[in-house]
Design a protein around this ligand. Structure first.
Ligand code: G16
Length: 555
């Protein structure tokens, strides 16, 4: 135990917390300017190692990324044994550790937490933490801080997995703990094989034309474009062109990437007249977000945007269609594959998308912003589909549902091989292999979109036409203390500071189809304002009015 105490004190003293620094685990881990992140990252390394000890030595992940944030920022998030985000119960401990003012205070926090959680430090436990990072310049320095934090827990081993997309690390952690093949090569093989399988199951009369085959991808000058090059070389049936590939042409996330495209709704840098009219996809810096767009004309910066809501809707239509094929005309009580189907959105979901999903007879559930909330909710269903409008999302298939599908597939292959039911079951199985079961993943999500468009014989326009988005506008407001805003009802209403919600309600009442909410960002030091209304001018004006109230009240 003396050795353990000394190791924690030594590691903590290597990365002192500067006076006045304050870290909060936030929507997706700790984020700040990269050069200031050493202390938080070293301490997150300790948390990850302790988490692995608590989980009996299961692999835990630690990703160094600030995702959509600008290049100068960096961040860290911890991946739990199931490949999802770290259990929220541990966030207060992570916060306390990151903010401990000195090594002695840190040691006391660890000792108390270990006692409360029944983690017997210094008793020969083993622990493993898999580390990955994105392409940011501060990544290497922070990797060193993370390794030192992990190694400060005696018995813990840090394994550097290199430069990966965030979803690849989530996938690897999940597979490793399930005893499955879990290398980066295994990820590529699974994604490519299941995509090929889905293409083989495309009905013969749905051949894709040249316009439908060409796909231009914005890699945000991050890791996603680089990894896509590896997949591209091994698939056929898609003519992929990568822009902002991460090979040094431009700056990470700067006027490009999924966050920029979705929020600004204009053509990203790196695209030219040759891309006009074609289907384009955009990733964010660590490739966990995906949106689609089309450039309207070479003389116009505007785009037709297909955001996470429409990706969600496409996935819902596809999955439901396969289940309906399998169940045939059987009535409710006699279904071959009874399915509890969950659709999860956040307050940012465009009102038109929620109407579309509800008109399909689905119940839509809302959670707070952040994959950690949506993912958790989705796990309650046989098939849980979640997406944030910003392009974070996936389709989760429960283990029970997948084993039912496997038995059905074998049954069909004996009794009715090649039947439409058999093919539908195989499509769902391939989709469950393709789409990342641990977290939203731009690479595999994009391949699922492409396979579905081919299956349906749909053009980009067909997809756009499933419903028309209500015009919306997002603004960021810089205030003195964003935490002064406290929200409720899945962040759709403000409860503090008092009076602000009444002002927002008053503004909304002036607009047809008006909807507006404000919330403190968990990844940037701003308050976010979202507004939608029946026209673009009205949405802009509503957002602006509410932003002014926020500015005035919060200073
Ligand atoms: C992260 C989270 C997302 C969230 C986004 C914005 O994304 O993983 O779930 O929607 O932040 O959060 P906020 O509005 O609180 O800043 P990313 O891509 O940056 O990791």
């Amino acid at each position: 135990m003396a050795e353990q105490r000394a190791a924690l004190l030594a590691a903590a003293s290597l990365f002192p917390v500067p006076d006045g620094a304050r870290f909060s685990y936030g929507t997706a881990g700790f984020r700040a300017e990269g050069s200031t992140m050493g202390p938080a990252v070293c301490r997150a390394g300790m948390v990850a190692a302790l988490r692995s000890v608590k989980l009996g030595g299961a692999a835990v992940g630690l990703v160094l990324t600030a995702s959509h944030n600008p290049l100068r920022d960096n961040g860290v998030k911890i991946v739990d044994e199931d490949g999802g985000m770290m259990s929220q119960d541990w966030e207060p401990f992570a916060d306390a550790l990151a903010n401990a003012p000195n090594p002695d205070a840190l040691l006391q926090i660890v000792l108390k937490f270990a006692k409360d959680e029944d983690i017997r430090l210094g008793e020969g436990h083993s622990a493993q933490v898999l580390l990955a990072r994105d392409t940011r310049p501060t990544g290497e320095y922070l990797l060193d801080a993370a390794v030192k934090g992990v190694n400060a827990v005696i018995g813990a081993v840090a394994l550097d997995m290199g430069i990966l997309t965030t979803p690849q690390l989530h996938w690897i952690v999940r597979c490793k703990n399930k005893g499955l093949k879990a290398s980066e090569m295994d990820y590529f093989t699974q994604v490519i094989d299941s995509f090929r399988c889905l293409l083989k199951l495309v009905p013969k009369d749905k051949g894709a034309d040249v316009m439908n085959n060409r796909l231009v991808v914005d890699g945000a000058n991050g890791i996603g474009g680089l990894k896509l090059e590896e997949i591209k070389a091994r698939i056929s049936g898609l003519d992929i062109h990568v822009r902002n590939s991460g090979n040094g042409e431009g700056i990470l996330n700067e006027r490009c990437g999924a966050d920029f495209v979705q929020k600004e709704k204009v053509v990203p840098l790196g695209f030219g007249p040759e891309d006009v009219g074609f289907r384009c996809a955009s990733f964010d810096g660590d490739a966990d977000r995906l949106v689609y767009f089309r450039i309207v004309s070479s003389t116009d910066t505007r785009i037709d945007l297909v955001d996470g809501d429409k990706i969600l809707s496409l996935f819902v239509l596809f999955v439901r269609e396969q289940i309906d094929i399998i169940n045939g005309n059987n009535d409710e009580g006699n279904k071959v594959l009874p399915t509890r189907f969950g659709v999860i959105q956040t307050a940012y979901a465009n009102g038109a998308s929620t109407d579309f999903l509800e008109n399909l007879g689905l119940e839509v559930v809302f959670t707070s912003t952040g994959v950690k909330y949506l993912h958790k909710k989705s796990l309650e269903y046989d098939i849980g589909i979640y997406f944030e409008a910003n392009g974070h999302g996936t389709v989760l298939f429960s283990d029970h549902f997948v084993s039912q599908l496997e038995s059905l597939t074998s049954e069909f292959s004996l009794k009715a091989s090649g039947s439409s039911q058999h093919q539908a079951a195989m499509r769902l199985l391939a989709a469950s292999q393709l789409i990342n079961q641990a977290v939203g993943d731009a690479l595999s999500g994009m391949l699922l979109v492409e396979a579905i468009l081919q299956y349906k014989g749909w053009s980009f326009q067909n997809w756009c036409d499933i419903y028309t988005d209500l015009p919306s506008r997002q603004l960021k407001v810089k205030v003195q203390d964003r935490t002064a805003i406290v929200t409720t009802d899945a962040e759709r209403r403000v409860c503090q500071p008092s009076g602000l919600q009444e002002l927002i309600d008053g503004e909304i009442a002036n607009y047809s189809h008006g909807r507006c909410f404000v919330r403190p960002s968990g990844t940037e030091d701003v308050v976010r304002v979202y507004a939608e209304a029946s026209t673009e001018e009205a949405a802009n004006s509503l957002a602006k009015q509410v932003a002014q109230h926020v500015e005035r009240i919060l200073g």
